[in-house]
Structures are given as C-alpha cells and as structure tokens.
Design a binder for this molecule. Structure first.
Ligand SMILES: [Zn+2]
Length: 196
C-alpha cells in the first residue's frame, strides 16, 4: 500500500481491485478493477478504505487525511496556531492556518487533555502532521509516531535543539526542553517534504 500512496498516475492506469479499496474521486471501476480517470497522485484514505486520484489542483485544498508541515506561530486559549506551508509534498504559495487542539494528540497523551498544550509544542516549532477535520478550522493530528515536532529552537538562545533521549537538548545553554517529537525529528525539512 505504501508504494501506491502518492504515486503519480495517468488516465486509465489500473491501480487496485475492489477487494482492496473502494473507488474514490478521480477513479472509475470496471470488472472489479479500479482505474485512474485523471492525471494526478494516488491518495488513500485508510479509515474509509478508499482510493482516489487527486489532480494537482485538488491537492492544494486542505482535506482530511492530507499531510502537512507548518510552523507554530502562537497560542490561543485552547489551540496552537500553525502556519501550514507544505501540503502533500507541495510548497504552498498561500499559507493556510491550522490548529493543534485537544484532539490532536489522541489518547496516548492524557496530560495534554487537561490543557497543558505547551508541554507538547512551542512557538516557532516546525511540526509535521495530518489534517483531521476542516469543518470549523483546519485541525491537525500529531498523535502518530511520524507526527509531531521535527525542528525546535532553544527558548534562551535560539540554537537548534538536538534530540537527546526523550528530551530536546541545547548544546550551548545545556538546557533541556520537552516536546511531542516526531520520529523524523532533526531531519532537514527539505527532505521531509519529499517524504510526504
Ligand atoms: Zn540555548
């Protein structure tokens, strides 16, 4: 499934069978096989078990399941705001504002549910996540191992923090900070963009 996700396809390309997926937008089905009806990238919605092909234009409009990279710009009472500058591996001309909120960290982080959001992300952090919902705001999921902070700076001196055990560490001030880090922490953002 991993090799199929994000694959660039042309019209009429056979992609999968009906046993594997339901046909989504940008596809048609014939004799139990799902074909692409447009040029674009394969997009798999795991929850719906749906396979679609999204044209370049469609890929730039936020939608649940899309993977994004952005920067934390500040906090409001219940949310951290994230300026999204990359979606599905495409750099955006016009940034979208997403939010990290109560539902972004899932059940694995009970302390967060009591509202201590700043224990997990901080201003100017670069975060990688996926869109949960676009109903009231672009709500991001950062609960999975792949998701979370991928780059952070020291609050005292601005130096880039390095991962040291479960903490982030400043080699200049020797201070430690905590975040909800991604397994890709420290990977250059340019490389991460190609990964998503
Ligand atoms: Zn420092």
């Amino acid at each position: 499934m991993k090799s199929l996700q994000d694959r660039l396809v042309v019209v009429g390309e056979p992609l999968a069978t009906l046993e594997e997926f339901f046909p989504g937008e940008g596809t048609f089905e014939k004799d139990g096989v799902i074909y692409s009806s447009t040029i674009g990238r394969v997009f798999i919605d795991k929850h719906k078990r749906e396979l679609g092909v999204l044209s370049a234009k469609t890929l730039l409009v936020p939608k649940p399941g899309f993977r994004v990279i952005g920067m934390v710009t500040g906090f409001s009472s219940h949310y951290a705001n994230v300026e999204i500058f990359c979606m599905n591996g495409v750099k955006l001309d016009h940034e979208y504002t997403g939010v990290i909120g109560r539902d972004s960290l899932g059940r694995a982080h009970p302390r967060f549910r009591k509202g201590s959001l700043r224990m997990y992300v901080s201003e100017n952090d670069i975060v990688y996540g996926s869109i949960i919902s676009t109903v009231n705001a672009i709500l991001l999921d950062i609960s999975y191992r792949e998701y979370g902070v991928v780059k952070a700076h020291c609050k005292l001196c601005g130096n880039t923090l390095i991962l040291s055990g479960r903490d982030l560490f400043c080699s200049i001030c020797r201070t430690r900070e905590r975040r909800k880090v991604s397994i890709f922490y420290g990977e250059p953002v340019e490389k991460l963009v190609r990964r998503i």
